[in-house]
Design a protein. Sequence first.
Length: 276
Amino acid sequence: MKRHTSGLLVLSIGALSCLATLIADTAPQGSAGAANAAAAKPTPRAADGHPDLTGMWYRRVAGPVTQRVGKSIVIVPNAPAPEGAGNRYDPGAPKYKPQFLAKVKELKDDQINVDPAFHCGPPGVPRIGPPQRIVQTPREIVILYDDLNGNFFRLIPTDGRTHRAGIEPSAHGDSIGRWEGDTLVIDVRNILEDTWLGDNGLFHTANLKVTERLTRQRDTLKWEAIVEDPEVLEEPWTLTPRTLTLMTNTEIEEAAFCEDRGIADRATGDYHGNVR
């Protein structure tokens, strides 16, 4: 009886060994296998053949993870970063003409008082950063943002319409989109002059033009932006590109009520650094 049981055990181990060898020979190996599997995944496409940009791509994280304890807000030590949250982004900086450098410095030094985004104003384009959530239809692209200063959205027609005439400037401007191969190109004009290009006094004029490029490859989305304002900039400014990964959480959270951050930050002076 014991021999029979032992024989069955030996047979089972042998079978498992053969099965393990077969799996090892046919399954992807380690990270290389995962990379090969990802590379084989096609880029999703809409019914019109263009890449489908729909999805949640990015979540803004303004600072350390906190929680309420009684009546106090405390920092959660070693808290994992939320999905989609990357390291602090450095977009670079534009090159201003020499005669405007003093103005940039003046605005930077007095940013706590004069930066509209520090007083609950919309950040504008390109300061608001890459798309957080995208909804794509055959006629337009909708981009949703959960920003420090509230929830914002942009409607971008892709059906051949031109820029609207006779409308008032707005913080996020008037956008139209077109496809260049598999890349969506967004042309943004009529951006409110009161907004900034970024942190540290980066002002612009009413003639600002921003061109964004969105390219999806499988589950990644590359965001590029070029700023043109020849009245004050010596050359077009190409922001540092960002590559985002499709998130499993597809919800935009309702933004918290905006508070004037200048009040608290005046005491510490810790207000430089684009948190978007």
